[in-house]
Design a protein around this ligand. Structure first.
Ligand code: SAH
Length: 225
C-alpha cells in the first residue's frame, strides 16, 4: 500500500484524532521547546489532524503549513480549524513544495520514519529552512525503544528504524547542526498494576514501562547553518 492508501484509511476510521490524543502526551513538550516567535512560518511534516499547528498558532506564529501524503488526513485537518493562517497541503516528504530558505521552523511528530528516502528528506528540510531555522523531529519508533519495533508488521509503508546516534549522524550529513537530542517520557498514559498483566496489548508491565516511561518520544533538533 502507498502512504496515501494506508493513511487515507486511517483518516476515514478516525485514527487521526486518536493519534492526536496519544501523541499530545509528549508532543506538547516538544512544541513547548520550539523557539517560535511572532509571525514565524512553520511547516508540520505529516500533520495528521493538524493539532501541532493549531497549538503553535496560539503562540503567535504567522503562517502554518500542514503537509500530508494522505488527502483524507489533510481534509480532516482542514475541518478541525477555520483559522485562515493555517493551510493544509497534500504532498510527499520527498519533495517539499517550498522555496529555499523560506521557513522559520519545521516540526514533525511520528511521521519522519515513513519517508521513502529519509536522508533526502533531511536535505529537503535543510533546503527550505532559513539560516538558524530549526527542525524538531519527534519519533516514538526508534532502535532503543524495542517495544515499538513490531509496529512495522501492521503497517504496509516501509519504516526506517534508526538509533539515536543514527538520527544525529543523518542530520549532520544533511547539513543540519544537532542542537539537542532527548527522550521525552510519556508520564500520562495509565500503566495498570502488575496484576493486570498480560493485557490485550502488553505481555508485561515492564514492557509498557520501557515503551512509555523509559523511552517515550525521541526528539532530535536540527539547526540550519
Ligand atoms: N503528526 C501526526 C500524524 C502522525 S501519523 C500526529 O502526531 O498524530 C503520520 C502521518 O504522516 C500520516 O498522516 C501520514 O499520511 C503522513 N505521511 C507518512 N508518510 C508520508 C510521506 N512520505 N509524505 C507525506 N506524508 C506522509
Amino acid at each position: 500500500m502507498s502512504v496515501r492508501e494506508e493513511f487515507d484509511e486511517w483518516a476515514a476510521a478516525g485514527k487521526d484524532r486518536g493519534m492526536e490524543d496519544r501523541h499530545w502526551h509528549t508532543a506538547k513538550h516538544v512544541l513547548a521547546r520550539m523557539p517560535v516567535e511572532d509571525g514565524d512560518a512553520v511547516l508540520d511534516l505529516g500533520t495528521g489532524s493538524g493539532y501541532a499547528l493549531r497549538a503553535l498558532r496560539e503562540r503567535g506564529i504567522g503562517r502554518a503549513y500542514g503537509l500530508d501524503g494522505a488527502p483524507e488526513m489533510a481534509r480532516n485537518a482542514r475541518s478541525y480549524t477555520d483559522d485562515d493562517a493555517v493551510g493544509f497541503l497534500v504532498g510527499d516528504f520527498d519533495e517539499l513544495p517550498f522555496a529555499d530558505d523560506s521557513l522559520d521552523h519545521v516540526f514533525s511528530m511520528e511521521a519522519f520514519y515513513y519517508a521513502a528516502d529519509p536522508h533526502h528528506t533531511l536535505e529537503e528540510v535543510r533546503r527550505v529552512l532559513k539560516p538558524g531555522g530549526t527542525f524538531y523531529c519527534a519519533v516514538n519508533y526508534f532502535a532503543e525503544s524495542e517495544e515499538t519495533h513490531a509496529w512495522q508488521e501492521n503497517i504496509s509503508v516501509d519504516m526506517t528504524l534508526w538509533s539515536r546516534d543514527e538520527y544525529r549522524e543523518a542530520f549532520r550529513e544533511a547539513g543540519l547542526y544537532v542542537a539537542e537530542q532527548d527522550a521525552i517520557p510519556d508520564r500520562e498514559i495509565d500503566i495498570p498494576d502488575p496484576e493486570a498483566f498480560p493485557t490485550d496489548d502488553w505481555d508485561s508491565r515492564e514492557a509498557m514501562v520501557d515503551r512509555y516511561r523509559t523511552w517515550g518520544t525521541l526528539l532530535t533538533v536540527g539547526v540550519a547553518p
